[in-house]
Write a new protein. Sequence first.
Length: 221
Amino acid sequence: TEKVQIGDLGECFYNPNDTVALSRFSLVKKSTQCPFASTARLWSAPDWLQHLSFEQNIMRAATRLTSFIMIDKFEHLDGFLFEIPDEIGQYGGTPQILGHTLKKVLTLLSNLDPARERVMDQNIENIAWQFRFNYHRLFITSFAPCYDRHSPRFCFGVSSVFILFQPEYSFTFHDIQPIFSSNPVRNKIRRAFALHGRPYLAPTNDEIMAHVYLKPLDDLN
């Protein structure tokens, strides 16, 4: 457990390996068809505090995301999890609402980026664009209540929005890089999802990355 100084928000005592967010996300980890999910080593942001504003919660997350990126490759961490509890669907009740939430989270993080790249001020519709934080490219997967059991982004009944940030090297470590490749490992993963009624299309070379981060309800149409 670490004592983390977070400026005007005071001090937060938490273990990034042992949070309520990780506990809730464990149902997704053990239920999804991704063969690497169950053993993935994750950190999470400090748990969401309802008495703080949206912006203040993101400030707390940015502090730990910075630390995660500094040590992730040395510790072989696979991802950084951010959770927003969403009992009434105000953050992820529909893809449109989820899109607004995701853009807000990424914009606030971009504004707090130690590298000051401000990637959310760039054209996110450019096919060369990808989210970066502290000079690291991060792939993003969003899970939310709007996705039903036929979607690979299904939350398995957990009423939360989960945003998972994965450093590119993690895919290389598991031999599933690059993201747009027809890699045998990626093909096997897609087949496993399809067999369980959660098919999805493979990203293409000309696909906009922002659209990969936020999937439609039906990825096949």
